[in-house]
Each structure stands twice: as structure tokens, then as C-alpha cells.
Ligand binder design. Sequence first.
Ligand SMILES: Nc1nc2c(ncn2[C@@H]2O[C@H](COP(=O)(O)OP(=O)(O)OP(=O)(O)O)[C@@H](O)[C@H]2O)c(=O)[nH]1
Ligand SMILES: [Mg+2]
Length: 334
Amino acid sequence: MPGPDVQDLLDGINDGKRAAVSRAITLVESTKPQHREIARELLTKLSAARGGAGDEHRTVRVGISGVPGVGKSTFIEALGSRLTANGLKVGVLAVDPSSVRTGGSVLGDKTRMQRLAVDPNAFIRPSPSAGTLGGVARATVQAMSVLEGAGYDVVLVETVGVGQSEVTVAGMVDTFLFLTIARTGDQLQGIKKGILEISDVIAVNKADPNDPHRAQEARAAARELAGALRLVRSREEWAPPVITASALHDDGVDSVWEQVMAHRAHLGEEGLRTKRAEQQLDFTWALVRDELDQRLKHSAGVKAIRDEVRAEVLSGELPATVAADRILAAYDND
Ligand SMILES: Nc1nc2c(ncn2[C@@H]2O[C@H](COP(=O)(O)OP(=O)(O)OP(=O)(O)O)[C@@H](O)[C@H]2O)c(=O)[nH]1
Ligand SMILES: [Mg+2]
């Protein structure tokens, strides 16, 4: 990709042109130094434009997580279609750690979002496939800025609830929605405590209205989950609501959205500002750590001693503390 013209892109984005949005996101996903330079300029100008309008908190940022197959994409299809029907512009981004692993992007998902995929008021972008989770997060946050600059009202970020990705996504959105399916008793233990700690709204999906047994199971699961949640989150002002829904039948999806809005109202203007500011600070350090990690990996000095240090640590000659000091010294001397 040749270096695109920033003003061209800005004009296109301001006009809400999808092609410009698409090109801008490709730009911010690029890891090439010369692209990063232009991307920085673009993002600075976009954020200045938004700040000037005084509505930088206008876009609703929502993270949606849950294990594979729980119905995230189906839910986004139902919710997104409702929102665009109400005249809102909806962006859908994905943070997919499996695409980090395989290097391929996994939103074959557009098949689960057939209506949204052709909806002129929706923009779906698969997970960037480049590099580490940190790299994907960086690209996603910037893609979000592009969408906000282009006047998108809602940005939904889908992520699979495995590994660290949900924590990463929770750190870039206003409200974090956890989708699960009916699980009770011992199965409830399978839900990681960590995810309950970061969720703002929880929905038990696949509570199909045409399947009373399943719907009833979902309600029972929701009650149990609400109980478990009270133990984990007893000291907080916001008690995350647990409700049932059926994404496939578009049932209860509106109630989930009401709860997302209730959480937003609970945060309030000032709370939202503080939350986003703190996220920026956390993200700053995450970016620094990620970059340092990359530099460490590519350091010539470290490369030169890596095998030797490895062998000595494995044979027991070299204690870990001394080995770490030697690696850091090699890095510093680069
Ligand atoms: N019965 C029923 N099936 C559902 C519901 N929501 C989703 N499904 C089905 O569950 C399967 C997985 O749905 P997806 O939306 O692809 O799930 P996902 O969480 O996005 O999955 P990954 O992207 O692979 O993590 C599909 O066959 C959906 O049709 C629901 O409310 N009820
Ligand atoms: Mg999906």
C-alpha cells in the first residue's frame, strides 16, 4: 500500500465514506514504520476534530465476549440490525486470539451477520491478523477511533472468551457484556471468576421462546449466576444484571441493550470520562510493554547469548536471577 494522503482520508471519513473508513483502518493496522507515521497524524487529526465538536464520549463502546459458539455473532446480528433500524450507525470489530495464532482472520462470521454485512449503516471488520494480542489491541483501538471519527454511534467489539483477550477488550470499552448459556451447579464453576469480575451485563443466551424447557433452564441458570455474582461483586455500586435472551429469535436482545444503557447511565458523563481516561493510561503502558517485548525479542545482543544462557540454565549451572541479569545487560548494551 502506498502512503495514502491523510487529508483525502480525513475528508472521506468525515463524509462517512465506507471505502475511506476501510482504507483508514487498513492503515492503522499496518505495522510498517512509514504507515505508523501517517496513521498517527490521521488519528491525531481525527481526535482533534472530535474534541472540537465536544462530543468525544458520544460513541457507545461495547465489548461482547463468551466461549466459541455461545452466539456472539448471532447476537451482534440481532442487536446491530435493531440499532441500524433505529437510525444508528454501527461498527463491528473483532479481537480474535485464534487469528493471532494462525495468522488467518476468522470472521467467516459474516455468514452469521448476513443482514449486517449488507447493511449500509453497519461496518464489519474482522480481527486484524498481525502479531501479538497487544498488536491486535492496538489496531482495534485505532480502528475504533476511525469509526468514531466517521460518525459511528455504536461500536461492538466481539472477542472469544479464551485467554487474555476478554480482559484486553474490557479495557477498551465502556460496557462489557458477557454471553453465556445455561449452566448450573458444578458447571457454573467452569465460568472463570475473572470474567465475572469484569462483566457489566450478563446474558444467558439460547433461551429460545419456542423451547420452554430450554428457556426455563436459562432462567434457572440466570438466577444461580446472579447469586454467584453477588459473592464476587458485593462491594460495588453496580450489580451486573443477569438476563436471558435468544439471539437467534431476537428475543430479549432489546432488554440486554436496555441494561447496557442503564450501565452507561450509572457511569454518568463524569464516570465515563474517568473510565476512558484510566483506560488510556493502562493502554499506554500496555503498548510500552508490548513494544519492549518486541525489542527484547529482536535485540541482537540478546540473540547472541540466548542459546548459551538457555543451555546453562537448563543444566543448572546458571541461576535464573543471574541469567535474567545477563540477558538484560545484553539488551541494554545493544
Ligand atoms: N438455539 C439457539 N441457537 C443459537 C442462538 N444464538 C446462536 N445460536 C447458534 O449457535 C451457533 C453459534 O453461533 P455464533 O453466533 O456463530 O457464535 P459465536 O459465539 O459468535 O461463535 P465464535 O465466533 O465461533 O466464537 C450457531 O449455529 C447459531 O445459530 C440462540 O439464541 N438459540
Ligand atoms: Mg462469532
